[in-house]
Ligand binder design. Sequence first.
Ligand code: OOB
Length: 543
Amino acid sequence: MIPAVQPFPEAFAQRYREAGYWRGETFPALLRRQAEARGEAIAVVDGERRWSYRELARRAEAHAAGFAALGLRPGERVLVQLGNVAEFLSVVFGLFRAGLVPVFALPAHRHAEIVHLARRAEAAAYIASDFYGGFDYRPLARQLRSAAPTVREVVIVGEAEEFLALEACVGEPDGLPGDPDPASVAFMQISGGSTGLPKLIPRTHDDYIYSFRGSNAICGVTAASVYLVALPAAHNFPMSSPGYMGTLHAGGRVVMAPAPSPETAFPLIAREGVTITGLVPPLALLWIDAAATRRDALASLEVLLVGGAKLIPEVARRIGPALGCRLQQVFGMAEGLVNYTRHDDPEAVILTTQGRPISPHDEVLIVDDADRPVAAGTPGHLLARGPYTIRAYHNDPEANRRAFTADGFYRTGDIVRLAAGGSIEVLGRANDQINRAGEKVSAEEVENHLLAHPDVFDAAVVSVPDDRLGERSCAFVIAREREPKPAALRRFLRERGIAFFKIPDEIVLVPAFETTGVGKVSRKALRARLRQDYLARQKDPVT
Ligand code: OOB
């Protein structure tokens, strides 16, 4: 098994410790501290269930003992695919307590992604809901078992069928390890990715806890905060910006929303007195519309964080008046760097920029194609290095060569510019990633799936603007002799087991990819041209 590590150079680690960012706190210690300090306070609400900090810690301890009794050993990876349920927290803190390393899959991931992640992580176990969001995860567990031989155990939250039910997973607590090394990897997040399949992002206790402690200070999260988990709990944004981890660190209350729709979220906000939550821009738009008739439900809401994709200023402007709360833009990434607008920023900064980094020790560079810094205000590639930005992906030397500079800066793939006052404005992506309502789709990954169809000769997937989603995906396909129907291609992709959000929104059959000039064009240039042609046709549909 390849150990999970995050190679911060010693000189940097020392600097981050001396600055007081890395304090040696770990996830098991965090929960224990709160269970001791405020045992009776409610930590998590899920429907009618309300668990105190003591209850959450007790359950985590019991799960940890159960995981150890299964023979899962510290350092082993466990693929977790759970929805927004209270068990998300007890399972994850249970894994932390047992020294196991959760790998966070999204509920939307299907066979192709889950098998890839289990293999890449060499996962020893898979923990999933029986049923969530209308999908049955048990058949997926069966497929995974045969496709990923490292997976020895499957634990199901709910009706387990032939697998082990979470409640039946019990053991003796005496054998549990002591607290982990704070510099060790606590868990792995998943990259949105622009090339091929998702990559694994190892995050340490030290670096991640600093990121949400710092976020708490910027967003005003305290023990009085009530955070609504509206986005998928597995995603970095609701996890740590400042998210439920920040809220638990502060001793506040976490409320799980089974869906982010106003129909589900508004009554929860009213009932629980939610003070803060985070949304992607398309959801913010839905909430604005719904609030026109149901604004009362949002009386307790103080802060709405919006991020994951570009928020257009016109929508930003409407948020405060429509929802009666403060807008805070957040521009973050699972690899690390997170930027926020500050509550005391001028209004124009809050409405038109994506903020500035959490830490004085975040180093951001904006560079040209040759990695030379551009003049302030000029668009360029954003590079980042700092106390909570990774230095390497897990077990992926090739991606690491591409994604990091020689001196350890992460190439974010974002094109940004520095606005007056030092805030960052995100302008777009340098590479071929589609940001579909905050969900990241790699063009290359979808092209590879399309190319597996016997009637597809070639395919290029591009992002096109979409009023509702921000961007949607459009696949240009060249057929072999027989023209496949778009509906048949979509079915084919579904059957290959890819997440729904990766299935192209539009499929356009074309006779050829015209090449200008001689020789081969790069995929990047080809996609750029197809996108341009598409936009030109939209503007002038008669030609
Ligand atoms: C968040 O994390 P990821 O890993 O799903 O995606 C990161 C990418 C960024 O590189 C950028 O391309 C895009 O998502 N992005 C934004 C944005 N926030 C993220 N693009 C424009 N404006 C924004 N405000 O998406 C994420 C992680 C933590 C907090 C918030 C978002």
